[in-house]
Design a protein around this ligand. Structure first.
Ligand code: F6R
Length: 612
């Protein structure tokens, strides 16, 4: 997804902008550019491809400037070409933009009628021309931007500079994340604080509708022309710990970080084998009133939600629905009072999940319904955390690889904590069961470490996937969502077409796909569904399918011709989905590396999907 970095300083900020863009590379992009103001002129470089191409161009042209804006673009309107790369310029004005201007065509028609020439196919260019036009009626850059913003429909964030205001940077947040980095005698903006960590750890999180004017010494934030106060927050230094270290890819590092990430996540809620009395204390009254749960999420986070549904109903005796946010937000679902709405999101900025949350809140308020909202999220400062009644953080640390790994398993740990808490409040789960499950949870980091010991074996098996075109993943119960997740991981990073199915569905269609060329991955913990799963394995083998089985050591499933077994440690059925996630992550990772794909930034995908 697109990224913005900008700044105003006394020193030249060229290198700060380039470094900031590099830190946003993980989000996925196809071109990059920057613009600086120097001696009354805009100096701009743009390149298709990696930030390294832009860096080379900037080094060759040796442009410098103490105020500037920079951008990584992920094409939405118009192909990834140099002309479409940001910043876009209109005379004295340069603009970078994340998000979408939905009414850009109308605006473009009007601007063309006024004589403006368009040099790109983007929606962004209208903003540059509109600000340029507005500056004809006011000498004040902030006022010009305030005139333009009401004309724009959509969700967006903007960074704007003007050669006539060589000491002012304007930032707009309207539906797309933007933070201000507060320096000493210099100030910055970015769509992700990670980009600014080399220059500051103090941030102002803009809210929707905020327009900010930054100079070297001042930061003023306005809403509807009125100055508003926004707090400066200091960031925990550990977040800056985002390097690959000894690992070849972020994804592998993040897979290996799971024991620690889970430990961190559960430590905030558990004291020995009991829930801490202060864990989600503020939410107790609201939780005691809820009658059902609605989970809303996208992609991998949706798979975590699916497992949450099994657990909510089995453990806490609460009806639970789970739905993909992009569907939920548009189908006018009935909002039911006394419901706990839970958004699950690594980033807390996913456009569909956020829109579903906002719409739910609005509709509940219109009908005077009492609902409770909550986020399970990995980013403490995200929009979702700020806009829900309660939140439970997954303390996974920054996840840079586009394919979610540690965020997913910590989401599962967090869901279990939430379910235990609600079950306890509603007295649907007794303290012995809580003690049993929490004891297992403490044990999970060690079990994951043991599971990671299978890495070499999984690498060996992954060689058998390299030439394949298709793959099936099968599981039952809470392993069904893990089958979906395994298929998603494999397809997104190795580009092999993969599908996950509930194993019981095999006969209802997918069995027709099974032949000698079809690898079938089976998730087989030793639970009450194991015998049924074994029958499904027979069905696959009878049609020539090759089985790759991740199984409990006690399952009795053995290696044989066209059946490869990797043993996963014995684990309670509650925690099996967390543990079985690990081998499917490793399998996808190794297949992708062997196929030579860009594992951390797979084609066409972005880390944080802040546009629809
Ligand atoms: C897949 C993946 C995506 C995200 C999805 C939601 O590996 O990472 O499917 O899970 O885009 O993102 P968040 O969790 O940030 O809302």
């Amino acid at each position: 997804m697109c990224g913005i970095v900008g700044g105003v300083a006394e020193r030249s900020i060229t290198n700060i902008l380039i470094e900031g863009l590099k830190r946003l590379e993980y989000r996925g992009y196809d071109s990059a550019g920057l613009a600086l103001v120097d001696h009354g002129q805009i100096l701009r470089e743009r390149r298709v491809g990696k930030v390294a191409n832009l860096e080379q161009a900037v080094n060759e042209s040796a442009i410098i400037g103490s105020i500037g804006i920079a951008h990584t673009r992920w094409a939405t309107h118009g192909k990834p070409t140099e002309n479409n790369a940001h910043p876009h310029i209109s005379g004295r004005v340069a603009v970078v933009h994340n998000g979408i201007i939905e009414n850009y065509q109308e605006l473009k028609d009007d601007l063309e009628a006024l004589g403006y020439n368009f040099t790109s196919q983007t929606d962004t260019e209208v903003v540059a021309h509109l600000v340029h036009e507005a500056l004809k009626s006011t000498p004040d850059l902030l006022k010009a931007v305030e005139q333009v913003v009401p004309q724009l429909k959509g969700a967006y964030a903007l960074g704007i500079i003007d050669t006539n205001h060589p000491d002012e940077l304007i930032a707009v947040r309207e539906g797309s994340p933007l933070v201000i980095g507060v320096g000493i005698g210099e100030n910055f903006i970015s769509s992700d604080q990670l980009a600014l960590l080399p220059v500051t750890n103090r941030f102002i999180y803009l809210e929707e509708g905020d327009i900010a004017r930054l100079t070297r010494e001042t930061i003023d934030v306005y809403v509807n022309g009125q100055k508003v106060a926004r707090p400066v927050k200091e960031l925990d230094a550990t977040i800056s710990n985002a390097t690959k270290g000894e690992f070849k890819h972020y994804m592998l590092k993040e897979i290996y970080e799971q024991p620690e990430a889970i430990q961190q996540t559960i430590s905030q809620a558990l004291n020995g084998n009991a829930l801490r009395p202060d864990f989600l204390k503020d939410a107790e009254i609201d939780f005691s009133n809820i009658k059902q749960v609605q989970i809303i999420a996208c992609g991998t986070s949706y798979h975590a939600g699916m497992i949450g549904k099994y657990w909510f109903e089995q453990l806490a005796d609460l009806p639970c629905h789970v739905e993909i946010a992009s569907e939920y937000r548009y189908r006018s679902p009935v909002i039911v009072g006394d419901t706990l709405y839970v958004c699950i999101s690594q980033s807390g900025e996913t456009a569909d999940t956020l829109a579903a949350l906002r719409d739910t809140k609005k509709r509940a308020a219109a009908k005077n319904l009492n609902i409770t909202t909550m986020t399970i999220c990995n980013v403490a400062t995200s929009s979702m955390v700020r806009e829900t009644d309660y939140h439970l953080l997954t303390l996974a640390g920054p996840e840079i690889g586009v394919a979610s790994t540690k965020a997913f398993t910590t989401q599962l740990a967090a869901l279990m904590l939430l379910i235990l808490k609600i079950g306890q409040i509603k007295q649907n789960i007794d303290e012995n069961q809580i003690a049993e499950i929490t004891a297992d949870m403490w044990h999970t980091p060690k079990v994951i470490l043991d599971t990671l010991q299978n890495d070499t074996e999984i690498l060996r098996l992954s060689e058998l996937f390299v030439e394949k075109q298709h793959c099936l993943f099968l599981g039952r119960g809470t392993e069904f969502p893990i089958a979906l997740e395994g298929a998603l991981k494999l397809k997104e990073i190795s580009y092999i077409h993969a599908e996950g199915y509930a194993a019981g569905e095999l006969k209802h269609g997918p069995l027709a796909l099974v032949d000698n060329d079809m690898p079938v991955v089976i998730l087989a913990p030793n639970d009450e569904m194991l015998d049924k799963l074994k029958s499904n394995m027979e069905e696959v083998q009878a049609r020539g399918g090759e089985l790759f089985v991740f199984a409990d050591e006690d399952s009795g499933i053995k290696n044989k011709d066209r059946q490869h077994v990797v043993h996963v440690p014995n684990v309670s059925s509650w925690l099996a989905p967390i543990v079985y996630s690990v081998p499917v992550q490793l399998l996808s990772y190794h297949v992708a590396v062997l196929r030579g794909t860009d594992v951390d930034q797979p084609r066409n995908l972005a880390k944080s999907v802040t546009v629809e």
